[in-house]
Design a binder for this molecule. Structure first.
Ligand code: FAD
Length: 515
């Protein structure tokens, strides 16, 4: 065993960990990043953002072919080569993870494959002979495990004279430790992942699209799978707790998305919950029982499905004993308590990404990582404002939202004269041509410190490419740009972004193509 001294030890190579490492090494700090998987990139690159968007890209192609009839184009899907589709997805993942490994190497971040734990405030123990565990989420034999290797990402001792040796366990003395251990799929209460009940990792690795699926949940992952599988011709039933998907988000926009999914053929059972799942004796499908709140007599309903995707949220990876032993404070959801810059209750220990409070999104983790690295380097970074982190759901059409809803603005005593303005999306030529429904709402009001200057407090939209459009809205909301200035920005015609320009003009009392 050989001990190493370093400025920062990062535990976890997902978006939070690698962003911290990249920025810290850019600032001249010495960094060791320990990741227990062969491949860097964590959930996002390996079993989240990237593989899901690769499959969504493919199923949107199917959607476009089916939709072409509307424009007089006769086209049909002859077949899907699932091996090629899997290769397309896996290549996207490999290209991104290889690129990340090269970038970390170029920035001279020392990457070690191993399981890390904190043994004392400034010491990290690394066990290097660990098996990959993160890609193996449940034991469904029908779902192949990933076996691909990326040797470039293991620490290369011969290229880096400062690397620890290859013994099975060693310790790092670090002035700072950044914990970025991420999260894992949450199982259904009383129905663990087994048999036909799968998690999102397994759903991404199915050898072919199922014929039918029950999706339990109404959040981003549930909606993305519902939309994607529906486009691929899967018979999808969603069991959701409330009247709409994304029920904690802007009412009008999430309602519009719920209707869009239903219109496309997703069977959405509102106010419902799963009561039982029975596997068929031959294991080929499952019978799912569920109850609806509106059935006062407690009637149970049944539906058959090839797979049952449990997508009810994720749990933070903070359950290892060393969290408690190191005295790291957790909240009631087992998320790490941090200050605005990411410092935990223990001096020199920081936390980033899905294990912290706030939206569990890769791009928030990137910014948190930058803030932590700059704080350690003695700069004075602006903390991440969770209230202005945009939320994007890559359904068809896309859902995107940033900032406050009208209800939240009204509930805030520091906000004056909150208002919501809605633009009728069918007035936008591109929306009309797309054949998709849309929704565009902007919430405005003024802050205590400038009561006479209304600003944009929130923007909520459903539209093709809303995930790209929301970036402009984030700049306006995050920088508190006065409404009058924002409404003067020109939007190219004819584009989807024009709808945003139109809603700003309307909110500013100068509607152009609308009343
Ligand atoms: P993770 O990405 O989970 O990385 C944690 C890393 O730490 C892993 O590599 C793990 O192996 C390692 N690790 C854990 N414990 C140890 C240990 N003790 N020692 C060493 N290594 C350890 N977000 C978006 O922004 N856009 C999207 O489109 C999007 N799509 C998603 C789709 C799906 C299906 C899912 C499940 C998630 C999606 N997300 C998306 C969320 C995003 O993936 C996460 O928010 C992000 O990956 C969190 O980053 P992280 O660094 O906190 O953790």
């Amino acid at each position: 065993m050989q001990n190493t001294h370093i400025d920062i030890a990062v535990i976890g190579g997902g978006p939070g960990g690698y962003a911290t490492a990249l920025r810290a090494s850019e600032l001249g700090l010495s960094v060791i990043l320990v990741n227990r998987e062969e491949r860097l990139g964590g959930t996002c690159l390996n079993r989240g953002c990237i593989p899901s968007k690769a499959l969504i890209t493919a199923t949107r192609a199917i959607h476009n072919v089916s939709d072409a009839k509307r424009m007089g184009i006769d086209a049909s899907i002859d077949s899907i080569d699932f091996a090629k589709l899997a290769a397309f997805k896996d290549n996207a993942v490999k290209t991104m993870t290889d690129g990340l490994a090269s970038l970390l190497a170029a920035r001279k971040v020392n990457v070690v494959k191993g399981e890390a734990s904190i043994v004392e405030n400034h010491r990290v123990r690394v066990t290097t002979d660990v098996a990959n565990t993160d890609n193996r989420s449940a034991d469904d034999a029908t779902v192949p495990e990933r076996t691909s290797k990326n040797d470039a990402q293991s620490v290369n001792n011969s290229n880096n004279p400062d690397s620890p040796d290859s013994s099975s366990s060693f310790e790092i003395n670090a002035d700072n430790i950044v914990i970025a251990t991420g999260s894992r799929p949450r199982p259904l209460p009383d129905h663990p992942f087994a048999g036909r009940i799968i998690d999102s990792t397994q759903a991404l690795d199915l050898p072919r699209f199922p014929k039918s699926a029950v999706i339990v949940g109404a959040g981003a992952v549930a909606v993305e799978f519902a939309s994607m599988w529906n486009a691929a011709g899967v018979d999808v039933t969603m069991l959701i707790r409330h009247e709409r998907v994304l029920s904690h988000m802007h009412h009008r926009t999430s309602m519009a998305l719920t209707r869009a999914l239903a219109r496309n053929g997703v069977h959405i059972v509102t106010h419902s919950h799963l009561t039982d799942v029975k596997n068929a004796p031959n294991g080929s499908e499952a019978t799912v029982s569920y109850a609806c709140d509106k059935d006062k007599n407690g009637t149970e309903h049944e539906v058959q499905a090839d797979v049952v995707l449990a997508a009810i949220g994720r749990d933070p990876n903070t359950n290892a004993d060393w969290f408690k032993d190191a005295g790291i404070e957790l909240d009631e959801h087992d998320l790490v308590n941090t200050d605005a810059n990411g410092a935990t209750s223990q001096p020199g220990i920081w936390a980033v990404g899905d294990i912290t409070q706030g939206p569990a999104l890769a791009y928030r983790a990137f910014e948190q990582g930058i803030v932590i690295a700059e704080s350690i380097a003695g700069l004075n970074p602006k903390p991440v404002d969770n209230a202005t982190v945009p939320v994007v759901v890559f359904s068809t059409p896309e859902f995107a939202s940033v900032g406050l809803t009208l209800e939240k603005a009204k509930a805030n005593p520091d906000i004056h004269d909150p208002k919501e303005t809605v633009y009728p999306m069918m007035g936008n030529a591109r929306i009309l041509m797309s054949g998709e429904p849309g929704s565009m709402s902007v919430v405005t009001g003024s802050h205590d410190d400038r009561p006479d200057t209304p600003v944009i407090l929130g923007v909520h939209m459903l539209a093709p490419d809303a995930g790209d459009l929301i970036a402009e809205a984030e700049q306006l909301v995050g920088n508190r740009v006065p409404l009058g200035d924002a409404a003067r920005l020109i939007h190219p015609h004819p584009t989807f972004s024009e709808a945003f320009g139109e809603v700003l003009l309307k909110a500013d009392g100068r509607p152009l193509h609308t009343r």
